[in-house]
Design a protein around this ligand. Structure first.
Ligand code: HEC
Ligand code: HEC
Ligand code: HEC
Ligand code: HEC
Ligand code: HEC
Ligand code: HEC
Length: 469
């Protein structure tokens, strides 16, 4: 009785062991991709509409396939599992066997384009995990790109504008936002732009290890970093000086565009355009240039804004009082030379990269509403200002905003070379008349009540600030 029981128990245990070993052995012999191909072949038999087809499907052999893309420098084996990508019979099948949606493969045949040029992932890998390269714990540089950003790949070969209505609307919108939100106010692209942030030419090919992922939510991918950084730069990079006020949707578009900025250039024959990025601003050219380079900081130019990130004022450069006191020559110098020790970049050719013509176009744009009426001349030419008296007045009247050394804060920086070389008239009129609508009050007789000689003394003192240690 007992013996029989133990006998059957050990037989059963043996059987279970055998089955497990069998499964293990089978797994060893049947790699992941081959399992998918076997299943694919089965589905093909099921889908066959007649006997001949069924026979043909039944004869399908499991074999390793790969697409060798010499010019794109890659080998793609995705089709081993995604076996029905081009098969209309698989229109209703489950992924990975399903036929590819849309016209993507019609326009980009796999034997010439492969899959990873659009999807990223690891072309050579034969297991799902490695091929898709996704997961919280893995740090492959370019896992499958989420569909929300996949259009970044299109811009490797297409000018975003040309595929706007053909599957590229997101990357086209991203490019447009990039130009209209003044990203180049702080970043160079193709050698042109401000210098507060780094050049963006290659930003889409940086390795994942470069990015500080600590505060990124969800999967720690470059894609997620970009999106969340646009959502809120200072949440991802502590103390970041990046200015970007974007909606969720806009951040998605910009992420899509920025990810396409890659140096691993696709060879010419794969591209349907000659890469030329800086050439498409439309409309009034001065206005487009203003948007590209100035709008991120100066906004509409009509308001004087104390910026919490910079901890200083961004002046109202289209303020009528300012425009009537500043002549074109002075403004041209401000634009060309910028303002040392402030976020205001030097825009000239060998700095931010603008040509003299471009600077003049921007100048014409910002002065387009300059008042006809000139301010009353200040006079007092030849009066030698009293620096010590000026200093006393400065300490009482100006220091709280412009700082002890003229470094600025709520007031502007007065110690940089451009202001130091500014015309006496401009400085004196500014102090006398102030700037309506900003924190710069009129200190002359019509305002605070300083006499003209007092103001001239102030200017004389201001002109010494540049050398203050
Ligand atoms: C070993 C088999 C296998 C290989 C190799 C493979 N895939 Fe997949 N793929 C799958 C399976 C299974 C799914 C569906 C389930 C899933 O998403 O994991 C899938 C899903 C996908 C999806 C849809 C994902 C989604 O979020 O809906 C894409 C895109 C994809 N694969 C692309 C690729 C690319 C590109 C490659 C080559 C780098 C590749 N796959 C290689 C098996 C594979
Ligand atoms: C020209 C770019 C491009 C190429 C090349 C490409 N895909 Fe796609 N693929 C896309 C886009 C875009 C989508 C998203 C479609 C959508 O959601 O409208 C997509 C979607 C998918 C999906 C999700 C299901 C579906 O069909 O929508 C899978 C799986 C997939 N691709 C696999 C592949 C595989 C495998 C290859 C290589 C044989 C490949 N793709 C080649 C652009 C491409
Ligand atoms: C590796 C480069 C490359 C990538 C990536 C790429 N394309 Fe293309 N695409 C081309 C080339 C080259 C052609 C022209 C095909 C030919 O030679 O006929 C083309 C053709 C097309 C066409 C047909 C255009 C027409 O007028 O017939 C469309 C639409 C298109 N691509 C959209 C896309 C979209 C959307 C994406 C991203 C999901 C994308 N492409 C990704 C290179 C690329
Ligand atoms: C006021 C200046 C400023 C403006 C305007 C600005 N940025 Fe930045 N950006 C920075 C600074 C500074 C950093 C570095 C700190 C950080 O990562 O947040 C940066 C970082 C970045 C990074 C990450 C680069 C890397 O490799 O770490 C990207 C991408 C970027 N900016 C894109 C943009 C785009 C797109 C726009 C337009 C919407 C834009 N920036 C507008 C200043 C700016
Ligand atoms: C990164 C932010 C930033 C960008 C981009 C920027 N500016 Fe400025 N700009 C400033 C700040 C801040 C000041 C004030 C500096 C100071 O404290 O002296 C300033 C000062 C100026 C002034 C002097 C105003 C005055 O009251 O004297 C002019 C003119 C000016 N900017 C024009 C431009 C133009 C035109 C562009 C685009 C080509 C531009 N700025 C781009 C931040 C910026
Ligand atoms: C309440 C703060 C405040 C006080 C006090 C103040 N300023 Fe200003 N000042 C500003 C601001 C803000 C601006 C820039 C306004 C704008 O254009 O947006 C400015 C602009 C200026 C400019 C123009 C600089 C340029 O580059 O265009 C000069 C010069 C100047 N102030 C001198 C003075 C002097 C001298 C005093 C003392 C008599 C003084 N300010 C007092 C806030 C102040």
């Amino acid at each position: 009785m007992y013996r029989k029981f133990y006998l059957s128990l050990s037989l059963l245990a043996g059987l279970i062991l055998f089955v497990f070993m069998g499964i293990a052995g089978y797994k060893e012999m049947t790699p992941e991709w081959a399992g998918y191909q076997q299943r694919y072949n089965k589905v093909m038999v099921e889908k066959a509409s007649d006997a001949a087809m069924r026979k043909k499907a039944g004869n399908l052999k499991v074999h390793l396939q790969q697409i060798y893309l010499k010019d794109l420098k890659r080998v793609d084996r995705c089709v081993n599992c995604h076996a029905g990508s081009e098969n209309p019979l698989m229109a209703e099948a489950k992924i990975p066997f399903r036929q590819h949606s849309g016209d993507y493969l019609k326009h980009h045949p796999p034997e010439r384009f492969g899959c990873t040029i659009c999807h990223n992932g690891q072309g050579r890998a034969l297991g799902v995990r490695e091929a898709h390269a996704r997961g919280h714990d893995v740090h492959w540089d370019r896992p499958l790109i989420p569909f929300e950003f996949i259009q970044s790949s299109c811009a490797l070969c297409h000018d975003p504008g040309t595929i706007k209505g053909q599957g590229g609307h997101k990357v086209a919108s991203g490019r447009k936002l990039f130009l209209e939100r003044g990203c180049q106010g702080c970043h160079k692209l193709d050698g042109v732009g401000g210098v507060l942030g780094k050049a963006l030419d290659d930003v889409g090919s940086q390795p994942v290890a470069y990015f500080p992922m600590k505060r990124v939510e969800g999967e720690k991918t470059v894609y997620a970093w970009m999106k969340e950084h646009f959502d809120d730069p200072r949440n991802i990079v502590m103390g970041s000086e990046m200015l970007a006020n974007l909606s969720d949707r806009e951040a998605e578009f910009l992420t899509t565009y920025v990810l396409s900025l890659r140096s691993d250039e696709v060879p010419k024959k794969y591209r349907s355009f000659q890469r030329a990025r800086g050439d498409e601003p439309s409309g009034e050219e001065g206005e487009s240039l203003y948007k590209m380079f100035c709008v991120a900081c100066h906004s509409t130019g009509t308001d004087s804004i104390y910026d919490e990130v910079f901890k200083r004022t961004i002046p109202a450069i289209m303020n009528p009082a300012f425009l009537s006191a500043a002549d074109d020559n002075y403004l041209r110098t401000v634009l060309a030379e910028g303002r040392a020790d402030t976020p205001m970049t030097a825009w000239k050719k060998d700095a931010a990269g603008l040509t003299a013509t471009q600077i003049d176009k921007i100048l014409a744009y910002i002065t387009r509403n300059r008042p006809e009426k000139k301010p009353q001349p200040f006079g007092l030419a030849g009066y030698a200002g009293n620096v010590r008296h000026g200093e006393q007045l400065y300490k009482i009247r100006c220091i709280s905003c412009h700082g002890e050394k003229g470094q600025g804060g709520v007031g502007l920086n007065l110690r940089n070379p451009v202001v130091q070389k500014a015309a006496f008239e401009f400085l004196a009129i500014t102090i006398r008349d102030g700037r309506d609508g900003t924190h710069m009050a009129p200190f002359g007789k019509q305002g605070v009540g300083l006499q003209n000689p007092d103001i001239a003394d102030l200017v004389a003192y201001v002109k010494t600030l540049g050398t203050k240690k």
